[in-house]
Each structure stands twice: as structure tokens, then as C-alpha cells.
Design a protein around this ligand. Structure first.
Ligand code: RIB
Length: 299
């Protein structure tokens, strides 16, 4: 197995607002504090993979502003190679994340430079895709580029993990092309057209999705753990009970960790158990990338 990991996707400047409740319409509600940190689903997943020790490459775009500089520096600090991250003339992607006292988060994401990722950027990254064992993708770049990237990553011989977040229309032929589809309960509802309001419902619907697409599917359920459908089997992986302070990047930590396990040739169920350990550490600290554990912290 080739040991490199390529992540194609977003880099965002996250502003995490600590609030006691969500504001009402027309209200100017005071936050108790703000933590600024490097985020974006793509960069977060890349950082987790790199923290677990694999040569990891990020493909994407940042703006030519201070936030872009910060995002590149933070990725590099965590050993993510940013040679394939292009600087555009506009502003960087950004997220405002409302963080309630129970650790839950409500985010609004500004697309920024992430929506300037082009087919040419993907073509330029082909040399590294061909050297990668795993390619990870999400939906914070244009859908047409996600679809193009899935095709190119498959042609390059990568195992493709597709985190279809946020849920947007992606053609079925591309959803079927990926090896592992990862969605949370909200995204799962979008792709299967059924309400997922319990673990039982997730188990029922994951089978339908995995059969329909012919690949492995993971539905993450936050504090309820995750459900995995692979090789005709469905398994529920319970979460590890911890005192969560801020859950931004928990799903990204989980996905980055799975890529590490696949490179280590672990089976998917064992990979999900390991990934659950990683995300349980991530939710106990503030910020996405800064809170993700290294291999030494997990083993
Ligand atoms: O998955 C968490 C990430 O989603 C945050 O870092 C934020 O930038 C949004 O993209």
C-alpha cells in the first residue's frame, strides 16, 4: 500500500464563539469569548492524518489575505504539505461557529477561495495522487470539482473516502465510484431521503444506501457513535463517553484517522474503532486542528 494521503478540499479560518444559547431574531447577543483557529473540513482531515504520522498532501485554495497565510502556516506546522494549495486573489474560506456550553456547534461557512478550486488544480496534483494510497474528499468545494476529483483519484489508483459534507447534489455515478462514503445523520437524510432520528433508523437506512451504491458507508451519529456498513455487514460502534467542550472537527478527526488505518491495512470496522478514539480526544479541546491527537496520545 502506498503510504501517502492526499486530501482535496477546503481550508477555513474558524471563529468559534462561546455562547450560552443561540440568539433570538433581532437580538444582539453577547458571546463569552472567541477562539480563532485553523479549520475547513479538508484541512482538518489532512491535519489528523498527518498527526498520525503519514506524509499528507493538501490540494485546495486559500485567499491572498492574512487568514490564508495563517491557514498555510498552521497546516505546515502539523506537517501537512501545502505545495498544491494555490493562493487566489480573493479572500479565504471562513466559518463562524456558535459553540454552546454542552459542546454542540452551529456553523455558518463562507465559501471564499474554496470555491475557486479548479479542474486545473486537480490535474496539477495528479503526480501526488498517483503516489497516494488514500484520497479524501468533502463537499466544501464546487460539486463539479468533487465529481472530477473522485474520477481522477480512482484512475490514480487511490482508495477514495468521500465525506459528503455539507450535503449537496452529487451525481449517483460518482457516489457509487467512491470506496467509502461518510455522512452524519443530517447528510444521510439528504442522500437516502429518509429521516434518521435513531441508531435503529441509521442501521436500516445504511443497508439500503450501501446496497444502492455498492460501497462501504459510514453514518456518524455524534454522541451515539457511528454505524458502518461494509462487505455485507453492519456494525454499530458506540462512542467513548467523555466531557465534550467543543465538537468542531470531531468528524474530520474520525475521517483522517480512518485514512491512517487504511494505509496500515486495518479492516474498516477496526479503523472506525480507532477513529472513534481519536475523535473522543478532539472533542475535549477547543479548535479543530489544534485539538486532534497524535499517534502517541492514542496508542
Ligand atoms: O468539520 C468542521 C469544519 O467545518 C470547521 O473547521 C469549519 O471550517 C467547517 O468547514
Amino acid at each position: 500500500m502506498k503510504n501517502k494521503i492526499t486530501v482535496i478540499g477546503s481550508l477555513n479560518y474558524d471563529m468559534i464563539l462561546k455562547i450560552s444559547r443561540m440568539p433570538y431574531k433581532g437580538e444582539s447577543f453577547p458571546a463569552n469569548g472567541m477562539v480563532a483557529s485553523a479549520g475547513g473540513k479538508g484541512a482538518n482531515q489532512a491535519v489528523q492524518a498527518a498527526k498520525l504520522g503519514h506524509p499528507t498532501y493538501m490540494v485546495g485554495c486559500v485567499g491572498s489575505d492574512e487568514m490564508g497565510e495563517f491557514l498555510l502556516k498552521t497546516a505546515a506546522k502539523y506537517n501537512v504539505n501545502t505545495e498544491y494549495v494555490r493562493k487566489t486573489s480573493g479572500s479565504s474560506g471562513m466559518a463562524v461557529i456558535n459553540n454552546l456550553e454542552d459542546g454542540s456547534v452551529y456553523a455558518v461557512v463562507v465559501k471564499g477561495a474554496n470555491y475557486e478550486v479548479s479542474k486545473q488544480d486537480i490535474d496539477s496534483s495528479l503526480p501526488i495522487l498517483k503516489e497516494s494510497g488514500v484520497c479524501i474528499l468533502q463537499n466544501e468545494i464546487p460539486a463539479e470539482i468533487v465529481e472530477y476529483s473522485i474520477k481522477k483519484a480512482k484512475e490514480a489508483g487511490c482508495i477514495v473516502i468521500f465525506n459528503a459534507a455539507p450535503a449537496i447534489e452529487i451525481k449517483e455515478e460518482y457516489l457509487s465510484m467512491v470506496d467509502i462514503l461518510v455522512v452524519n445523520e443530517v447528510e444521510a437524510e439528504f442522500y437516502c431521503g429518509e429521516v434518521i432520528d435513531s441508531v435503529d433508523k441509521a442501521v436500516e437506512q445504511i443497508k439500503v444506501m450501501a446496497d444502492r451504491l455498492g460501497n462501504s458507508v459510514i453514518v456518524t451519529l455524534g454522541a451515539e457513535g457511528s454505524v458502518v456498513a461494509t462487505g455485507g455487514k453492519v456494525e454499530i460502534i458506540p462512542s467513548i463517553k467523555v466531557e465534550a467542550v467543543e465538537t468542531t472537527g470531531a468528524g474530520d478527526s474520525y475521517i483522517g484517522a480512518i485514512s491512517h488505518c487504511l494505509i496500515e491495512e486495518m479492516d474498516l470496522i477496526s479503523a472506525c474503532k480507532f477513529a472513534t478514539k481519536c475523535s473522543s480526544v478532539t472533542v475535549c479541546r477547543y479548535g479543530a486542528q489544534d485539538s486532534m491527537p497524535t499517534l502517541e496520545e492514542i496508542c
